[in-house]
Design a protein around this ligand. Structure first.
Ligand SMILES: [Zn+2]
Length: 477
């Protein structure tokens, strides 16, 4: 009863949000509050980033010695340094740096689960970490406190908090009665009611979880599509192939969550054995190819979340000093303890290789792959830092730098249907750009060296955003 009352009160206070998914009017620096401007390092209405190595997000080879001009928040010229007119412009010297589009994080919760059972909203640290790390757009992909996230999005859009563009996902839906943080949907009628409510409140995506029923999901998807919103899921009771058949618009996570390969699976049930079966398939064999061709033929993309999976695998380099530094002390302590357990009893190291090979094979089969951090599990993959870790892991999986940048930028924008305005460095697009010190084509870990992150053509200082959150991740806010 309490819950209903609180939800109704909140809805009354803020009113239903119009279903405007994205404010594509560029936000200029003078619309920002003083607290946000503290993090701004480039606020000229017109400027040029000169002599940079450009990886434009479209998959074309890196180009050296490029100059990119931004006017009023949009990219107005891209060309060889020396051939682009920069007279009268403020200059950002990009020599020795790489420029990529702002990253699109498709599994980027605003809440966090730390080791030791803590779970909390990170409405202070997550938006700063995402933006500082170069993630200028996030989809929340499952929420535990949707109104808090809607409010945060409004704060960012109004220039009162630094952070990425946010695509709101409704609270999770699942079935059965196991979860205390998700909506337990146990009839098609309830599924429709749930979707209609959250679509009216401003959610543009729906997230299914591991125990949702087939019939309930069919109703939820039908209602979502009728209302113009989309559906993704971390699934199990529905296999990837069943998700395609049901009309999912995206599937999260990859091989670790695919129950297609468990012969004991029954409709609407998540068998205990699915992961063992999944991890024993050959990613280039016929079973995997059957999943891929179903997804490719129906145009269903997959979201890679390697950074969170790595946390459960033995002997992975998951004690990232800057992530540890960002954690609150008690969270850090619990995390390091959890890591010792993982190194002793965690998933076998070769599972990581199989999961990576599966994603490579998916792309080779023509699949559209995007990525996101998923800052859950035992808490080692932080917002932003974990997205950067994904870049390194995709390199370990065998993708080229240009492919990785495309996965991290334009592919996500395609899935969000914002690719006409965002996701690549092309004339006319909104200037969401990441300036990185060093040459990303030489070493993927260069992605950690973000210097200036431009959103709407306003340049934010990465170091200053990171500094603001030190020691704060995992305490409330
Ligand atoms: Zn998740």
């Amino acid at each position: 009863m309490m819950r209903t009352t609180l939800l109704a009160a909140a809805a009354f206070a803020i009113g239903p949000l119009a279903a405007a998914p994205l404010a594509l009017q560029a936000q200029s620096a003078d619309q920002l509050s003083a607290g946000v401007r503290d993090h701004v390092t480039v606020d000229a209405p017109a400027f040029a980033i000169t002599n940079v190595t450009l990886i434009d997000g479209t998959g074309t080879p890196a180009q050296r010695g490029r100059t990119v001009v931004v006017r009023d928040g949009r990219i107005s010229a891209v060309g060889a340094a020396g051939q682009v007119d920069t007279s009268g412009l403020e200059i950002v010297n990009g020599a020795g740096h790489t420029l990529i589009p702002g990253m699109t994080g498709l599994h980027n919760h605003l809440y966090y689960t730390a080791a030791g059972g803590r779970g909390m909203q990170l409405n202070f640290s997550a938006p700063r970490l995402y933006l500082g790390a170069g993630v200028t757009t996030v989809r929340t992909t499952g929420s535990r406190n949707a109104y808090s996230e809607i409010n945060l999005k409004n704060e960012i859009d109004a220039g009162r908090t630094p952070g990425p563009r946010i695509h709101i996902t409704a609270p999770y839906i699942t079935g059965g009665q196991g979860s205390t943080t998700m909506t337990l949907v146990n009839s098609p009628e309830q599924a429709r009611r749930f979707v209609a409510y959250w679509a009216a409140e401003g959610a543009t995506w729906l997230k299914a979880y591991t125990n949702v029923g087939y019939e309930e999901m069919a109703a939820a998807i039908d209602e979502a599509h009728r209302l113009g919103i989309k559906v993704t899921g971390h699934i199990c009771s529905i296999s990837f192939t069943e998700a395609v058949e049901l009309g999912f618009d995206n599937i999260e996570h990859g091989l670790f969550t695919n129950s297609d390969y468990d012969p004991t699976k029954e409709r609407s049930e998540c068998p205990n054995t699915y992961r063992q079966y999944a991890m024993s398939i050959d990613p280039s064999g016929p079973e995997a190819q059957a999943t891929f061709s179903a997804m490719v033929n129906a145009g269903v993309p997959m979201t890679s979340t390697l950074a969170v999976y790595e946390l459960f695998v033995q002997d992975r380099p998951t004690r990232d000093p800057r992530s540890l530094e960002a954690m609150a002390p008690e969270v850090r302590e619990a995390y390091l303890e959890a890591k010792e357990n993982v190194d002793r009893d965690g998933w076998p190291p070769e599972w990581m290789d199989v999961a990576m090979a599966y994603e490579k094979a998916f792309v080779e089969a023509g699949g559209l792959l995007a990525f996101g951090v998923d800052p859950t599990g035992n808490g080692g993959a932080l917002p932003g830092y974990g997205d950067q870790r994904n870049v390194e892991l995709l390199a370990e999986a065998g993708f080229t730098t240009e492919e990785i940048v495309q996965i991290a930028t334009l592919n996500g924008a395609r899935i969000l249907e914002t690719d006409e305005e965002l996701g690549s460095v092309e004339v006319g697009k909104i200037a969401d750009l990441v300036l990185i010190e060093g040459d990303l084509t030489v070493d993927p870990s260069t992605i950690r060296n973000t210097v200036i992150v431009f959103k709407d053509g306003v340049g934010y200082d990465s170091a200053s955003l990171f500094e603001a959150v030190k020691g704060r991740v995992g305490i409330s806010q």
